[in-house]
Design a protein around this ligand. Structure first.
Ligand code: NAD
Ligand code: 6OD
Length: 503
């Protein structure tokens, strides 16, 4: 199917996705009993998408109890093959209902169909399929003990599910990031209670329909909507029957969740914020570096944890790079998600727009030279209430400014020249974050050498967001705790026991 026909087809879908959300607890959709709810509004025009019920202690408790009970029910008794076959069926059903997921995701986030149809929704399905395959093929260690004084035993590792996993997910890639946790958790035999972001409730709810359709036993996948502090997020992460907490979101939120999970010494897996650098060497393929940096700085309106907000460019190509990135930024087209020409969505909310715009002002106060953007684009009347901002580029900031050191999470970046490889590496590693980096060079040895010196969880050379789901994913420094992906996910989602049999 071409992108054009895809877009035409989905123009209908976006409106049908407007609906109220519901909790999904023990296989049933429910609005719960708190009587509290909030309005879910579209970031493109502030129109009402529907209402979302706010879960309280009772809803969280019901969901966690259901998840706990399901560990002992048919789910707990299934063979790994039956379980992973079911998860492959979940992936197939997401693909079968691709249009509905796409419409719901684009309605909640305002992101372009072109982006969500190539990344968010396919990854939602792939996250189940990949972990189903991984778990089917996993082995554990075996040791034969044979001592000189005649003791003999066989030891082998056994991976058992951890139990009930709390999944706390953000709004920037809602289905992708939620299933990146739910996929491995279920593949390993756990049950989950998901608290999706309050900004993006729809696709997590829709996934409940998929679970019922393919026959995932009730209680295995649960969703409770709500906020963080004093709401469903906090109640969930503190619940005594939760055995592990996996979280993606801001570093400061991670600190709060870590405190909550400390009650009862629950293990955590965190994917947190970033202030990611790109290093562009004069020997790079400039066309490719510009194309990759356009994506890393502006895709998803800059709301990607792996996105580039600091760009270091070797001095001989600095002016050319700035001019070309400026031209690229100015060519981006904001608009309705379903329009084929749209390649820039809005920010997620008015609140987030205020934050990003405050950084746009701060950068100038801190002495930045504005290369392009810096404000709000003119939009047609019907979109004028949306959370739009201009893609923005600065130069000239000091290295110790807040704009250079704090995550903004918008379509903006600062470009600074450098003269030596050592200087570029020092600058790139100079923030408290350590999530991702991109290095652009045609010198293979330099690519390896610089990548090895980056204090980050993932370093791309001559690419960005090129993902192999079998690899380790996570952040160093304040960008995370632990690694997920492929076999690494098993470290968090299973307990490794050793069985020792005396011979
Ligand atoms: P956020 O931290 O504000 O919220 C994330 C989730 O945490 C939401 O569901 C929220 O309701 C919940 N929450 C907030 N306070 C809580 C509490 N005290 N207890 C329990 N739950 C609580 O993040 P966001 O604004 O939704 O997402 C953007 C942030 O996420 C950025 O910082 C971005 O870098 C980060 N992020 C990181 C990765 C990664 O892989 N490292 C991926 C995507 C996003
Ligand atoms: O690709 C992934 O698995 C992943 N966790 C991406 C995170 C993107 C952050 O916005």
């Amino acid at each position: 199917m071409t992108v054009q026909t895809l877009h035409k087809k989905h123009r209908v879908g976006v409106e049908t996705a407007r609906r109220d959300a519901a909790h999904f607890i023990d296989g049933n959709f429910t609005r719960g009993s708190t009587g509290k709810s909030w309005e879910n509004r579209s970031p493109i025009d502030n129109s009402l998408i529907g209402r979302v019920p706010e879960g309280g202690q009772a809803e969280v408790d019901a969901a966690v109890q259901a998840a706990h009970a399901a560990l002992e029910g048919p789910w707990g008794k299934m063979s790994a093959t039956e379980r992973t076959d079911l998860l492959a069926a979940v992936a197939d059903e997401i693909n079968a209902r691709f249009d509905e997921f796409l419409a719901a995701e684009c309605l909640d986030t305002g992101k372009p169909y072109g982006l969500a149809s190539h990344i968010d929704i396919p990854r939602g399905a792939a996250n189940f399929k990949m972990f189903a395959d991984t778990v089917k093929n996993v082995s554990t260690e075996t040791f034969i003990l044979d001592t000189p004084d005649g003791k003999s035993a066989v030891n082998y590792g056994l991976r058992r599910p951890k139990g009930v996993i709390a999944v706390i997910s953000p709004w920037n890639l809602p289905l992708l990031l939620m299933t990146w946790k739910v996929g491995p958790a279920l593949a390993c035999g756990n049950t989950v209670v998901v608290k999706p972001s309050e900004e993006t409730p729809l696709t997590a709810t829709l996934l409940g329909e998929v679970m019922n359709k393919v026959g995932v036993p009730k209680g295995v996948y649960n969703v409770v909507h709500g906020f963080g502090p004093q709401s469903a997020g906090e109640f969930l992460t503190q619940h005594p029957l939760v055995n592990g907490v996996t979280f993606t979101g801001e570093t400061r939120t991670g600190e709060a969740i870590m405190r909550q999970a400390a009650l009862g010494v629950r293990q955590v897996s965190f994917e947190l914020g970033g202030k990611n650098p790109a290093i562009v060497f004069a020997d790079c393929d400039l066309d490719k570096a510009i194309e990759g940096t356009m994506r890393s700085a502006f895709a998803n309106c800059g709301q990607v944890c792996l996105g580039t907000e600091r760009i270091y460019v070797e001095r001989p190509i600095f002016d050319a790079f700035v001019a070309r990135l400026k031209a690229g930024a100015e060519s981006l087209k904001p608009g309705r998600p379903e329009d084929a020409a749209t390649n820039l969505g809005p920010l997620i909310s008015q609140e987030h727009r205020s934050k990003v715009l405050s950084y746009y002002q701060l950068a100038l106060k801190e002495g930045a030279t504005l290369i392009t953007g810096g404000g709000v684009p003119e939009m047609p009347q019907e979109l004028s209430q949306g959370a739009w901002v201009q893609p923005t580029i600065w130069t000239g900031l000091r290295d110790d400014t807040r704009t250079i050191n704090e995550e903004i999470f918008g379509p903006c970046c600062h470009i600074r020249p450098f003269d030596t490889e050592d200087e570029a590496v020092r600058l790139a590693n100079s923030t408290p974050y350590g999530l991702a980096a991109a290095v652009w060079t045609e010198n293979l040895s330099r690519g390896h050498r610089v990548a090895a010196r980056m204090d980050v969880g993932i370093c791309w050379v001559n690419s960005w967001f090129l993902r192999d789901l079998r690899t380790a994913f996570g952040g160093s420094k304040q960008s995370g705790i632990g690694r997920e992906g492929g076999l690494h996910s098993l470290e968090f989602y299973t307990e490794l026991s050793n069985v020792c049999i005396k011979l």
